[in-house]
Design a binder for this molecule. Structure first.
Ligand code: UT7
Length: 334
């Protein structure tokens, strides 16, 4: 990290939330031409959580945020900034961060949304960490949340089996010393991949019209194989890069917590990096791909399974629409 850094940021609390309603593979078999075995074999997903109508990304975010605050014994007003990583904001504006700030009662906090699809949480985590590192803030909340069901075409079997809804929130604070907290990050963008995973309608290029609705332009469009190939290659490459420049081997990692897009992408990365099998955190079977929610949800799974302890060396990784790519190295702080 650069010489100007005054404090290393650490994650001091984590809270997650998924809506209670389940959408299982068996449910999907009744909706589209698919089957449980194909979904399990090709993606590793068994079920996903889906928000009820009227429940938005800010609602999931607030639930996750409250859990993180209570874990740390803080009040909403103790937060100085709230960053919401999402591709499904409640609306184009105001930002979901503003809605969360109000619903939470985080008087005095400012904030904004960050758009980087599946990499948005790891990007936002670093943005928040920089506010801590520069000394600008002492308590920043970073939320990764998506209601993917709001932009999925449930007649398209190529996409509807993959995604789910969920949220996770972390609190960032200055670390007391360098034994815990953020160590390093690498982020990349390859905009040439924009056409492989996108939602064409609803922005300034194609504002909502009857035609955009008829053409299903307000749904996720994905070239699954193109994304898969890129993700398998890039996730491993960026992880190798961050390990190498920190003088580490894959086997040094205690917890590998990647974006959960496809079990095969995760295991391919783990094999290539030579990770210890017990270090690889996978919960895609229970949640599907919750976009910005996956990494904090997987952190929580690791914690609940007793696989995340103070001082553990953690590698976060993601590849998402854009294409966006990210890797973060940190030591778990509590
Ligand atoms: O988080 C954002 C990043 N997103 C990703 O990382 C997604 C990356 N891509 C993937 O995970 C995979 O490409 C998918 C899971 C989306 C698809 O798996 P695949 O092994 O690449 O399948 P495919 O698209 O090559 O399709 C294989 C076959 C096709 O049939 P034919 O042409 O061989 O007869 C598809 O029509 O599987 C068929 N298929 C399905 N069959 C049953 C596609 N979707 C389904 C389905 N159920 N849901």
């Amino acid at each position: 990290m650069s010489q100007s850094v005054r404090a290393r940021a650490k994650i001091s609390a984590l809270g997650t939330y998924v809506p209670p309603r389940l959408l299982t593979n068996e449910d999907l078999e009744k909706m589209v031409d698919t089957n449980h075995d194909w979904i399990m074999d090709r993606t590793g997903i068994r079920e996903r959580h889906i928000a009820d109508k009227g429940v938005a990304t800010s609602d999931l975010s607030v639930q996750a945020a409250k859990k993180a605050l209570s874990e740390r014994g803080l009040k909403p007003a103790d937060l100085e900034a709230i960053l919401v990583a999402t591709v499904t904001p409640d609306m184009l504006f105001p930002s979901t961060a503003c809605l969360v700030q109000h619903k939470l009662g985080a008087k005095g906090a400012w904030g904004f949304d960050l758009s980087a699809a599946c990499s948005a949480f790891v990007y936002a985590l670093q943005v928040g960490a920089q506010f801590i590192a520069t000394g600008a803030h002492k308590r920043v909340m970073v939320i990764g949340a998506d209601v993917m069901s709001s932009i999925i075409d449930y007649t398209d079997r190529a996409t509807c089996v993959i995604f789910g809804d969920g949220a996770g929130a972390v609190i960032l604070e200055p670390a007391e010393d360098d034994s815990v907290g953020m160590i390093d990050f690498i982020h990349e963008v390859d905009g040439s991949g924009g056409c492989s995973l996108y939602m064409p309608g609803g922005g300034s290029l194609h504002p909502a019209t009857h035609e955009t609705v008829d053409k299903k332009m307000h749904y996720v469009h994905q070239d699954g194989q193109a994304v898969f190939k890129f993700a398998v290659r890039k996730q491993a490459e960026i992880c190798e890069k961050i390990l190498q420049r920190n003088g580490l081997k894959g086997s040094d990692i205690d917890a590998f917590i990647p974006h959960q897009a496809n079990r095969r992408i995760i295991t391919a990365t783990a094999d290539r990096l030579g990770l210890k099998p017990e270090s690889v955190i996978i919960n895609i079977d229970c949640y599907g791909n919750t976009t910005a929610g996956t990494v904090p949800l997987a952190m929580d799974t690791a914690r609940q399974e007793g696989r995340l302890k103070k001082g553990d060396l953690v590698l976060l990784a993601s590849v998402g629409a854009g294409f966006t790519v990210g890797a973060t190295l940190l030591r778990w702080a509590y």
